[in-house]
Design a protein around this ligand. Structure first.
Ligand code: KIV
Length: 272
């Protein structure tokens, strides 16, 4: 009998299976070892090492300056903390827009160097050839349409997409194009919920929503939004489940006070 050679790793096949069975896919971002461990332990299906790390970890204005090397660095840390979740590396700005060869090489780095099992790329029709090339090389791709933060300058800000009939039709079209090209899943960001539901019902691959309503096959959010570690702006689609900033502030203030008052360290934390 074949020996079981894999642990209970969540795979892209499990993504498809969950859609078929009508079970919701859970995803969250993570950018480092300690949080990746927690997200994994919580039983989240997929971890996206998002280029949102530029904003929530690096303190940048937007995601555009994030580099491939930085993404690899963070994905490696995440991989060390994960036993079960599917790890998806996010292709940063200019890692694939410059051509198919760059796209392939950079996507390959996520799997070869950093322990990811798939990559995510922003775009629809314009990345279809990249998706085809990656599929040929066995690199699973999640496409990302709707609000695509790397296009902030074209969009004129972080705005809900697909609100006119024409743009909604274009998004439905793009969804089919990336599915036909071979994407294993499609991320829908900041689009009207009825449009997301329509795309979800028309595609056989799972849709993962962020600001796309409840009828997507799964949901993703940025970890630091969920746990209250990012407060520069809070989009309507965020739900905060904890306020770690407040907890950390309380703890660090108490630490400072105890040093100043001679309470810490006490004998308990000292050697004889
Ligand atoms: O980079 C990221 O975290 C993302 C989210 C918007 C899902 O792409």
């Amino acid at each position: 009998m074949d020996r079981e050679i894999t642990m209970a790793r969540f795979t892209i096949q499990d993504f498809l299976k969950k859609k078929k069975e009508g079970r919701k896919i859970t995803m969250l971002t993570a950018y480092d070892y300690p949080f990746a461990r927690i997200v994994d332990e919580a039983g989240i299906d997929g971890i996206l090492v998002g280029d949102s790390l530029g904003m929530v970890v690096q303190g940048l204005e937007n995601t555009l300056p994030v580099t491939m090397d930085e993404m690899i660095y963070h994905t490696k840390m995440v991989s060390r903390g994960v036993s079960n979740a599917l790890i998806i590396g996010d292709m940063p700005f200019m890692s694939y827009q410059t051509g198919k060869a760059d796209a392939l090489r950079n996507a390959g780095r996520f799997l070869k160097e950093a322990g990811a099992a798939a990559v995510k790329m922003e775009g629809g029709a314009e990345i279809a050839n990249h998706i085809r090339a990656m599929k040929k090389s066995d690199i699973p791709v999640m496409a990302h349409i709707g609000l695509t933060p790397q296009s902030i300058h074209r969009m004129g800000g972080y705005k809900v997409q697909g609100k006119t009939e024409e743009s909604a039709l274009r998004l439905v079209d793009e969804a089919h194009i990336v599915e036909d090209a071979g994407a294993f899943a499609l991320l829908l960001e900041a689009i009207p919920m009825d449009l997301a539901a329509q795309i979800t019902s028309e595609l056989s691959i799972p849709t993962i929503g962020i600001g796309a309503g409840p009828r997507c096959d799964g949901q993703v959010l940025v970890l630091h939004d969920v746990i209250g570690l990012f407060e520069r702006f809070i989009p309507k689609f965020i739900k905060r489940y904890a306020n770690l900033k407040e907890d950390a502030l309380k703890a660090i203030t108490a630490y400072r006070d105890e040093i100043e008052q001679g309470i810490f360290p006490s004998e308990e934390q000292s050697f004889k």
